[in-house]
Design a protein around this ligand. Structure first.
Ligand SMILES: Cc1cc2nc3c(=O)[nH]c(=O)nc-3n(C[C@H](O)[C@H](O)[C@H](O)COP(=O)(O)OP(=O)(O)OC[C@H]3O[C@@H](n4cnc5c(N)ncnc54)[C@H](O)[C@@H]3O)c2cc1C
Length: 449
């Protein structure tokens, strides 16, 4: 087997993966299709282009994004290193001068003696050698078709129609009740009941709320996706349409208050993670602006103080069913020499893509060196994110951004949120140090002190 590794896609994940491989002393070819072929969202030919915002999220290490930055900094991530170097003032966020950031990354990689940068569209997954797939949410059509063939039709998505996800402890448990329709099986849903007045006020707000702009390249997919209508579209179709759809009240009563009448409408939330810290609003895929989603969805009884970890979206996004297809090392279960990272595996956001790229690159190098691929402690934000995308329920799998809801709970619960997040941070960084000590004798992991 040749020891040259292929990385396909020079975005956030691919740039990080290629760098980690080269730092481990292994030659790597990084294939990037731009500028030979471009994506509908990219504008330049540089590596690691930031397609929209120039922000990597909150910087404080007791915030989810900030903890991920801190972990990646410790692991000598080139993406976070260059982001720090080219940061611009942005309040508490890590934002960068995007043009210099991407240009410098391109030059740094192109000048590395072990990295060959190939401007070429790859149309099929290489069958030989070790390969890391990092082609992102806008993977080119030919490669997406090959990926679909390799994984199986049902394990590839091309459109993300996701409902908002809410932190469980922010849901008012005096109003929301746990039950399944007609009490079938275990009580698996949190139900937010509405009377007629509350329902009509909610519907009116939903109909009047401002929608996000649909990009030109997304219009076609949006039409194609008629089968999965946004909640605001259902609301507009008629006064009671939602009551015959996702807000159907039948078979749902609050056992705590048997004297109460059946609700007029019910919003259901389904458990998203194993620990029950995150809840997904069933049937609430939406195209509303994020600020509008918060305002309108907090009108639902029980969700007045809802804390959202992911807002609803409806946009083009190529991603695979990672819980079905990948190990926590980011290797495909049915081909261990093929790895994947970035938005393609269902992590969401720039920093999360860099984190996956770090792990996939590190493990690709380890494979070539004859070392066991590694997994990260799930108490780390990086580890928790990878653990989530590789072990979530395959049936309802949707992309996930970094957030504290996916972190394993503490043995003793701390009520104050800020304090709790600080303890999560200390535990994550402590476990990272221990993990580094355990694998220190192995050459691949490069760290900064
Ligand atoms: C319109 C849009 C706006 C977004 N806005 C934000 C935002 O503001 N903040 C945020 O955090 N995230 C945003 N995202 C999500 C964003 O895409 C990811 O956070 C991040 O870019 C994912 O990194 P990646 O490496 O997985 O993919 P990308 O950064 O997209 O990199 C994939 C690379 O692969 C290349 N490629 C594709 N197919 C092939 C092929 N067959 N052969 C060779 N090369 C190929 C592409 O040209 C691209 O350079 C947005 C996504 C989209 C589509």
């Amino acid at each position: 087997m040749t020891n040259r590794i292929n990385v396909i896609g020079g975005g956030l994940a691919g740039t990080e993966a290629a760098w980690q491989i080269a730092q481990a002393g292994i030659p790597v070819t990084l294939y990037e299709m731009r500028p030979v072929m471009t994506s509908p969202a990219h504008h330049s030919e540089e590596l690691a282009e930031l397609v929209c915002s120039n922000s990597f999220g909150a910087m404080a290490s007791d915030r989810a994004a900030g903890l991920l930055h801190t972990e990646l900094r410790r692991l000598n991530s080139i993406i976070i290193g260059k982001a720090d170097e080219h940061a611009v003032p942005a309040g508490g966020a890590l934002a960068v001068d995007r043009a210099i950031f991407s240009k410098e990354l391109t030059q740094t990689l192109a000048n590395h003696p072990l990295i060959e940068l190939c401007r070429e569209e790859i149309t099929a997954i290489p069958r030989e050698g070790v390969t890391v797939l990092t082609t992102g949410p806008l993977t080119s059509e030919a490669l997406a078709a090959d990926l679909q063939q390799f994984t199986g039709m049902e394990y590839c998505s091309f459109f993300d129609a996701a409902s908002p996800i809410i932190v469980g402890e922010s849901i008012n448990s005096e109003i929301a009740f746990l039950a399944s329709r007609y009490d079938k099986g275990e009580a698996a849903y949190l139900n937010c009941p509405m009377n007629k007045e509350q329902y009509l006020a909610f519907r009116e707000a939903l109909c009047e709320a401002e929608q996000a702009e649909v990009k030109d390249f997304e219009r076609e997919n949006a039409k194609f996706f008629e089968g999965c209508l946004p909640i605001e579209e259902l609301a507009q179709r008629g006064e009671d349409t939602m009551c015959y759809g996702p807000l159907k009240p039948v078979g749902l009563s609050d056992r705590r208050y048997p004297e109460r009448d059946r609700p007029y409408a019910v919003v259901q939330l389904r458990q998203e993670d194993k620990a029950g810290q995150l809840w997904n609003m069933v049937g609430f895929q939406t195209n509303l602006r994020w600020g509008e989603q918060k305002r309108v969805f907090r009108l639902i009884p029980g969700l007045e103080n809802a804390e959202f970890v992911r807002m609803g979206v409806m946009h083009r996004n190529t991603f695979i069913n990672s819980p079905q297809l990948l190990n926590a090392t980011l290797q495909f279960k049915n081909r261990h020499t093929l790895l994947a990272a970035g938005q393609l595996v269902g992590t969401e956001g720039y920093t999360a893509a860099a984190a996956g790229g770090w792990l996939a690159g590190t493990n690709a190098a380890r494979l070539v060196q004859g070392l066991e691929p590694v997994t990260l402690p799930s108490t780390m934000m990086m580890g928790a994110l990878i653990e989530f995308i590789t072990s979530a329920s395959p049936k309802h799998f949707q992309p996930m951004p970094p957030n504290f809801g996916i972190i394993p709970p503490l043995e003793k619960r701390i009520r104050n949120k800020r304090e709790r997040y600080g303890v999560y941070r200390d535990r994550a960084l402590g476990d990272l140090e221990q993990w580094l000590t355990e694998i220190k004798h192995q050459r691949v992991v490069q760290t900064v002190s």
